[in-house]
Design a protein around this ligand. Structure first.
Ligand SMILES: *Cc1c(COP(=O)(O)O)cnc(C)c1O
Length: 319
């Protein structure tokens, strides 16, 4: 298992390599939400998302032998970019397995950070299976996007920053994909300040963690139970095992948001705060604009987890 001391160590390890991102109060979003709304701006983080935290925390702990071998992961987006960036900092080889239909922009972003890209399959499961194959065949070290204690501890550093800057916070609201972000933040928050409520937000069309909580174990959404969300960072079909266990222990509540609400929240963030969130980065704001979180009169921090969106996709969403 992993505890607060791993998160504190991660903060010390990665602190000089990342941005301490701003916590921005929005009067306009507060009025709409009926709560005091602050945004933790990880869209302004290095590589454009919080994922650099976990990736760096993993890469900076490699042994010398592992540094010589290099790292590998499966990712269509932010974790791949973050791992490539982190590996370059440490002068380590990074291989990122991306889907065959990946956009030229996403592949190029990963390569611009020095990552080698390999195209394989179309699903997250296929990419990660191929990454594991490369662990066997090429001796690379796997850095899983969320089911990895080093990655989770790194993501948790975001929670420590929020508590240090805004100790009065009542609710911390964060998106859920594979659950690495939420589990790290929840662990850091509850072990430091147990009365803060930690809320996870999933797309209604892919509620893998809510489903897993119901089932009593990390479970896969099958068939019609899963649809691809506009929030492309939140598309995994099942949560990680470690995130499952940590969220069961530390997270107070899970809520879901609809596709239209996600896009509306993204537009609202852009219009009212001039911050560009990608759809995955807008789900926490979407959640505080509707029941059960709207109108509670509480101090809430929404994690704006990333801002990587291609201009063509942005234009399409803005209509
Ligand atoms: C990866 C990602 C998430 C989800 O994080 P998990 O650790 O997979 O739950 C949310 N937002 C953005 C922008 C991401 O890149």
């Amino acid at each position: 298992m992993i505890g607060l001391s791993e998160v504190v160590a991660a903060a010390r390890r990665i602190g000089t390599h990342i941005h301490r991102t701003p916590l921005v109060y929005s009067r306009s979003l507060s009025l709409l939400s009926g709560n005091e709304i602050y945004l933790k701006c990880e869209n302004l983080q290095k590589t454009g998302s919080f994922k650099i935290r976990g990736a760096l925390n993993a890469v900076l702990q490699l042994t010398t032998a592992e540094q010589h071998r290099g790292v590998v992961t499966g990712s269509s987006g932010n974790h791949g970019q973050a791992l490539a960036y982190a590996a370059r900092q440490a002068k380590v080889r990074a291989v990122v397995v991306m889907p065959e239909n990946v956009s030229a922009a996403k592949r190029g972003a990963c390569q611009s950070y020095g990552g080698e890209t390999v195209l394989y399959g179309l699903t997250a499961e296929a990419r990660l299976a191929h990454a594991e194959h490369l662990v066997q065949s090429e001796g690379l070290v796997l850095v899983h996007p969320y089911d990895d204690a080093r990655v989770i501890a790194g993501q948790g550093t975001l929670g420590l920053e929020v508590l240090a800057e805004y100790p009065e916070v009542n609710y911390l609201v964060a998106p859920v994909g594979g659950g690495g972000l939420l589990s790290g933040v929840a662990l850091a928050t509850k072990e430091s300040s147990p009365k803060v409520q930690v809320i996870g937000v999933e797309p209604l069309v892919s509620p893998r963690l809510s489903y897993s909580w119901q089932e009593g174990q990390a479970s896969e959404l099958l068939g019609e139970a899963w649809q691809p969300s506009v929030a492309d960072g939140l598309r995994s079909r099942r949560p990680g095992k470690l995130p499952y266990a940590l969220t069961k222990r530390y997270v107070d509540k899970l809520v879901t948001v609809g596709e239209g609400e996600i896009v509306a929240a993204m537009k609202l963030i852009l219009e009212r705060t001039k911050l560009l969130a990608e759809p995955s980065g807008a789900v926490a704001v979407a959640a505080v604009l509707q029941p059960p979180l709207q109108g509670l009169g509480k101090k809430m921090v929404c994690v704006v987890s990333g801002g990587n969106i291609e201009l063509a996709a942005l234009a399409r969403l803005l209509g």
